[in-house]
Design a protein around this ligand. Structure first.
Ligand SMILES: [Fe+2]
Ligand SMILES: [Fe+2]
Length: 256
């Protein structure tokens, strides 16, 4: 049996620093073999930068996934040449840099990670259901984990049921709020609609709530800044059989 840790959207420098302070202890206590972190908001003011990516990789992340903020910063583009930094696979081929699948060689076994983005209430990318079919044909390991970065609960649930028995785990990101519906689908596939976020807890998704309230009340332009409150870390730990790709256990994690 092996253990994979998946951590939801890390927000800003505060989120990166908090992750760095907690990750090695968490990896020890859960006996973690592989750590996947969603980094789409890891830079100050959103997106991912070389500095924020380096801080997460140095903290102990093996693979970074992203989402709708993947290309927010121009300086991020070369990052996606890395084998271990993913953007959603359903960006159109030919223009967007990077790729949406990678395989981690663990010696006696390997693990593939796929990053996808939902299309309900989000950018109109390629259909994630047909894109994932193609990627699953390419993957030559039974151990496949997916970060589905999506807004709609229904789209994430549908993908979970669609991929039951075909992947080891599928974790939602993007809403920044951890859901309490973790399950092992079909005795095989670990699932949660959203893994939650890592960063300032008393906030609007990591952002200072004053500015967000102003935006909703008056619809005037505001500058979003990172909230200055205590951080928490949200994610899930999955125990899986690396020979069959079957997950046996999923546990929600919140560290304050
Ligand atoms: Fe996010
Ligand atoms: Fe997002």
């Amino acid at each position: 049996m092996k253990n994979l840790l998946f951590i939801g959207d890390v927000v800003g420098k505060a989120g990166c620093d908090f992750l760095r302070s907690k990750l090695s202890g968490l990896k020890r206590s859960y006996n973690i073999d592989i750590t996947v972190v969603n980094a789409e908001n890891s830079a100050q003011g959103n997106g991912i930068t070389p500095q924020s990516a380096e801080s997460l990789l140095n903290a102990g992340a093996d693979i970074l996934t992203t989402g709708n903020h993947a290309f927010r910063r121009r300086e991020a583009f070369p990052l996606f040449d890395s084998d271990y930094i993913l953007r959603p696979a359903n960006y159109p081929e030919g223009g967007a840099p990077g790729k949406g699948i990678c395989t981690l060689d663990m010696g006696a076994y390997s693990v593939a990670v796929i990053n996808l983005m939902g299309t309900a209430f989000m950018d109109d990318l390629d259909n994630p259901f047909t894109v994932v079919d193609r990627l699953l044909e390419e993957a030559d390991t039974p151990n496949i984990f997916i970060d589905l970065h999506a807004e709609a609960t229904s789209e994430k649930k549908a993908m979970g049921h669609y991929l039951t028995g075909k992947v080891s785990g599928i974790f939602g990101t993007h809403t920044h709020v951890q859901t309490a519906d973790e399950a092992i689908l079909g005795g095989h596939t670990a699932y949660i609609t959203d893994a939650g976020m890592t960063g300032p807890e008393l906030s609007c998704l990591g952002v200072d709530s004053k500015a967000v309230i102003e935006k909703f009340r008056f619809h005037t332009p505001v500058r979003f800044t990172e909230a200055d409150t205590d951080c928490f870390l949200c994610g899930v730990c999955v125990e899986f059989d690396e020979k069959t790709g079957k997950s046996h256990k999923i546990e929600r994690i919140i560290v304050r």
